[in-house]
Design a protein around this ligand. Structure first.
Ligand code: PMV
Length: 424
């Protein structure tokens, strides 16, 4: 097994969350969206065990499950075969097995936990039965995250990317690059990243229904991407991911309204509206794509020049227009409007990010926004129960941590969840 954490022979992997700058919802219909990775990450530790069990611990959502390998042996066969680089969704027979194995009734558990378990089982069985033809491995996986769940920051995608990359790496289906051997961090070839992304997308499909794939892509590749789904004449969908060459250093205030929402429900509601009013909703989605394209061009033209006031003003205008569009297709929320109003009081511009309906908003900070104003606005937002982070965007994608203790001693501790370290 590839060494990850360095001490116990396990694998430690992290993957970032994301914000969508522009293009949410429109991206589901093949339009362009711009996404950037966040410096808030999910960490997964995978350990070999000898107890003939598979254990999944997600302490952040109080989910702890153990399966005996012998209970999986019955369905093991139905997962073998196929091309490991091109996974597809589970068949109805496989899904029925997975639901039974999940051992929880949807109505007895939260939807999030139920779907996370099904997605885990699919990835585990799908990858491990490919590579270990005779026997499934006995493993313990623990996931800790800095990302709030269900808030539009791609927490499920970061979870899916961590699962896919750790199990593919463990089984030897993907390998970190030799050139990275001496580094604390391991990364994979473009081809291997595609395989990781494909599996993560299948997990996302289980969790979200018909996601565009933007969340798992930005979590896999990191940085900033122009993302589009291309559908060929046979209806096959492939993501087209183009890394952005230039992104000005943007400071943002990320605000979590903590209003719960479901991406699946919001995407389905927009679809219903589009079907009912194609001539009205269609052009709004086209316009959202226009905003994403204009924003990308603005980035390319302004480059690293953060003093470009005209460009910042244009970015602010685009944010305002998009927020109004998203509200008009029904995905804003009074709490998100409140964040926009409070931001406006300080002369700042804000839009929801992700599926909307609650969750998170992004406020663009200006170069000349004083720390005093940022503290004030944060105080005001926190006083009404919202969480805020002043954060940076564009960090690395999925990463193998060869020596997390060393990283700690070198000052990365703030980014690594404490609970993860306690267990290492
Ligand atoms: O809120 P999130 O992180 O689930 O993002 C959803 C983004 C949508 O465009 C609304 C859906 C999608 O799959 O792209």
């Amino acid at each position: 097994m590839e060494s990850g954490s360095g001490d116990n022979g396990g694998i430690v992997i992290s993957a970032p969350g994301k914000v969508i700058l522009h293009g949410e919802h429109a991206v589901v219909y093949g339009k362009v969206a711009l996404a950037v990775s966040l410096n808030l990450r999910t960490y997964l530790e995978l350990k070999d065990t000898e107890n003939n069990e598979v254990r999944l611990d997600l302490p952040d959502i109080e989910l702890h499950r153990v399966w005996k390998l012998e209970d999986m042996s019955v369905i093991f066969e139905s997962f073998t075969g196929g091309d490991i680089t091109q996974p597809g969704p589970p068949t109805s027979e496989q899904l029925a097995h997975l639901k039974e194995l999940a051992g929880i009734k949807k109505e007895e558990d939260s939807e999030v936990k139920y779907l996370a378990v099904i997605a885990f089982l699919y990835i585990y069985l799908g990858i491990c039965s490919h590579k270990r033809k005779s026997k499934l491995p006995s493993l313990c996986l623990r996931v800790n995250s800095n990302l709030p769940t269900g808030a539009g920051l791609g927490s499920s995608a970061a979870f899916s990317v961590c699962l896919a990359s750790s199990l593919l790496t463990y089984c030897g289906a993907v390998k970190t690059l030799d050139v990275e051997k001496e580094s604390h961090f391991g990364r994979w070839s473009q081809e291997n990243l595609e395989t990781i992304n494909n599996w993560a997308y299948e997990a996302e499909r289980i969790i979200h229904g018909t996601p565009s794939g933007i969340d798992n892509s930005i979590s896999t590749y990191g940085g900033a991407i122009n993302f589009r789904r291309i559908t060929d004449k046979d209806g096959k969908v492939t993501p087209k991911i183009v890394p952005l060459e230039r992104v000005p250093l943007l400071r943002i205030l990320l605000v979590n309204t903590k209003v719960p929402r479901s991406t699946k429900v919001l995407v389905a509601n927009v679809r219903k509206k589009l079907e009912k009013y194609p001539d009205i909703i269609g052009p709004i989605l086209d316009s959202i794509e226009g905003i994403a394209n204009t924003c990308e061009k603005l980035f390319a033209d302004s480059g690293d020049n953060n003093d470009n006031t005209a460009a910042i003003e244009e970015l602010e205008e685009l944010i305002d227009i998009n927020q109004h569009h998203l509200a008009s297709i029904g995905v804003s929320h009074p709490a998100l409007q409140q964040v926009c109003q409070i931001s406006a009081k300080y002369g700042l511009h804000c839009k929801l990010t992700g599926a909307g309906g609650g969750g998170c908003a992004v406020t663009l900070l200006r170069k000349d926004t004083s720390q005093g104003s940022i503290d004030e606005i944060q105080k005001e937002l926190k006083s009404i129960g919202f969480d805020c982070w002043e954060t940076s965007i564009g960090g690395p994608g999925v990463t193998l941590h060869r020596n997390i203790h060393r990283e700690l001693s070198e000052g990365a501790s703030a980014a690594i969840p404490k609970a993860l370290l306690e267990g290492l």
